[in-house]
Write a protein that binds this ligand. Structure first.
Ligand code: BMP
Length: 264
């Protein structure tokens, strides 16, 4: 077993190289939350209102800015102000997937200028190591962090086996910029420590009819050694009170982490 699993997030912060990863782990311990909320709504006002309500309970807000109908730089300014007010990091779930030169442009330029505001972003590793190098050239000087998609929560995902294994190797090699993984479990036997973030989390349902597969915070954190739970519709879905649900998932995630620390 990886002994680091029994270390507090704040202790593990010392072992990570990337400054943002260190700051995130420290913040999690301080705010007592390992909850990230995926705010997949399609207009500015709805997203900002939701984030203002749930901000106190999260360590990371995950966005898909390309689904926002009225996206503009004012949205970014307001989201950034909320991240300072409530103290959370912003993770743009861009899932870059092109050659190094193209992802550099996609990350730095265009309508979204993701690198200028997103503390964290992520990429697929299907194009080869150049994607990590390209993103790093833009993001590292800005103090950003990258997550590699080592696995996916959806049914039939092809990110398995040697694909996942090679992804881990690139993270080790670029651990100045790679802060961790999107995955359903902690990977054993890695030289460096990384943050594992798991989507596909639900306390009430098992799937969504489009391939999404949900597991509980206990299962991913205690049984599988993940660190951060990413919850979307479980929090803002129809008929739910987002504040009540955010508190419920925050508690479930933190209890699971405490249980893991206690080594029970
Ligand atoms: P929900 O909890 O509503 O199913 O949302 C999950 C979120 O996590 C979505 O924003 C989705 O894009 C993202 N996600 C995922 O579900 N599985 C993955 O493997 C990777 C993801 O980024």
């Amino acid at each position: 077993m990886d002994a680091r699993l029994n270390h507090k997030f704040s202790q593990r912060a010392n072992g990570l190289k990337n400054p943002l990863a260190k700051a995130l782990l420290a913040l999690m311990e301080e705010k007592q939350t390992n909850l990230s909320v995926a705010v997949d709504l399609t207009n500015k006002a709805d997203i900002l209102a939701l984030v203002d309500k749930i901000g106190p309970f999260v360590c990371v807000i995950k966005t898909h800015v390309d689904v926002i109908e009225d996206f503009d730089q004012d949205f970014i300014q307001q989201l950034t102000a909320l991240s300072e007010k409530h103290r959370f990091y912003i993770f743009e779930d861009r899932k870059f997937a092109d050659i190094g030169n193209t992802v550099k442009l996609q990350y730095s330029s265009g309508v979204y200028k993701i690198a200028s505001w997103a503390h964290i972003t992520n990429c697929h590793t299907v194009p080869g190591e150049g994607i990590v190098q390209g993103l790093k050239e833009v993001g590292l000087p800005l103090g950003r962090g990258l997550l590699l998609l080592a696995e996916m929560s959806s049914k039939g995902s092809l990110a398995t086996g040697s694909y996942t294994q090679t992804t881990l190797e690139w993270a080790e090699k670029h651990n100045d910029f790679c802060i961790g993984f999107i995955a359903g479990r902690r990977f054993p036997n890695l030289q460096h420590d990384f943050i594992t973030m798991s989507p596909g989390i639900g306390l009430d349902v098992k799937g969504d009819g489009l391939g999404q597969q949900y597991r509980t915070p206990h299962e991913v954190i205690v049984n599988c050694g993940s660190d951060i739970i990413i919850v979307g519709r479980g929090i803002y879905g129809a008929g739910r009170d987002p504040v009540v649900e955010a508190q419920r998932y925050k508690q479930a995630g933190w209890n699971a982490y405490q249980e893991r620390l206690s080594g029970k």
